[in-house]
Design a protein around this ligand. Sequence first.
Ligand code: 2NE
Length: 270
Amino acid sequence: RQWESIKAYSDIEFEFFEGIAKITINRPKVYNAFRPETNMEMLDAIDICRERSNIDVVVFTGKGDKAFCSGGDQNVKGIGGYVDEDGVPRLNVLDLHKRIRELPKPVIAMVNGYAIGGGHVLHIVCDLSIASENAIFGQTGPKVGSFDGGFGSSYLARHVGQKKAREIWFLCQKYSAKEALDMGLVNNVVPLDKLEDKVVEWCKVIQEKSPLALRMIKRCLNAELDGQHGLMQLAGDATLMYYLTEEAQEGKNAYCLTLPMITEMLSKAQ
Ligand code: 2NE
């Protein structure tokens, strides 16, 4: 499979293959932990995915065979949070979560190892998760002075239920890929050497489906949890579809027809 680079970055790889965009966190020495710059790069890549009409599905993964992502890079954690190269504590990770949910295209987490802490939340916010058999899941927040009370808790609870979500956050234990599958945390588990094949196979099945229907179903599923923001996104797409109706065209045509009349009236008035 020949992946072509879309754009070069320092912390991620961003590649394309037959309508599929793959974003790989490329920091294997720290088990693909993210720093503020990593998230800025992923935000840029996801914006490109939104704009490019030849991208149908987006895949997130981590470099190597050890980790999908181990969350916030503890080496840059300072007072006030994770510090960027300008000394500003600004992780940008919640922006990434919002953008993944807003992206009107399916996003798949290809979990190739540890999905821990913020790395676990990253797979939670993706639309689908396909894991390798060696993948290990869990939250560490309360063990390391942190927590994610956003999608990392509420959306997790939608996947596995409130009791299990509280267990995951309160006990900070690790769960195998099989346990993750059994509790509804992931969609599928395959051997590591078959992981990308399985993800591409699912992408191909998705790519045969109507993009607008997929976009709308993602919006509808999001709206339930995302409150006014979710309704706004859904309403935006409802307007998009309304614009395609004859009724909406009538409004535009009426405006175009009356404009010359108004111009004529104005010229007569002078
Ligand atoms: C992932 C895990 C369980 C792996 O354990 P193990 O024993 O297999 O590997 P090891 O030796 O711990 O890690 C391998 C290398 O990766 C680095 C380690 O320091 C080690 O480096 P070397 O000693 O070989 O040089 N590494 C791993 N995770 C890292 C990280 N997050 N930042 C920097 N370096 C990291 C084990 O490594 C683990 O538990 N990692 C920490 C997971 C964690 O607590 N993440 C942060 C949670 S909080 C968060 O993500 C967050 C937030 O605070 C706020 C908002 C959003 C997210």
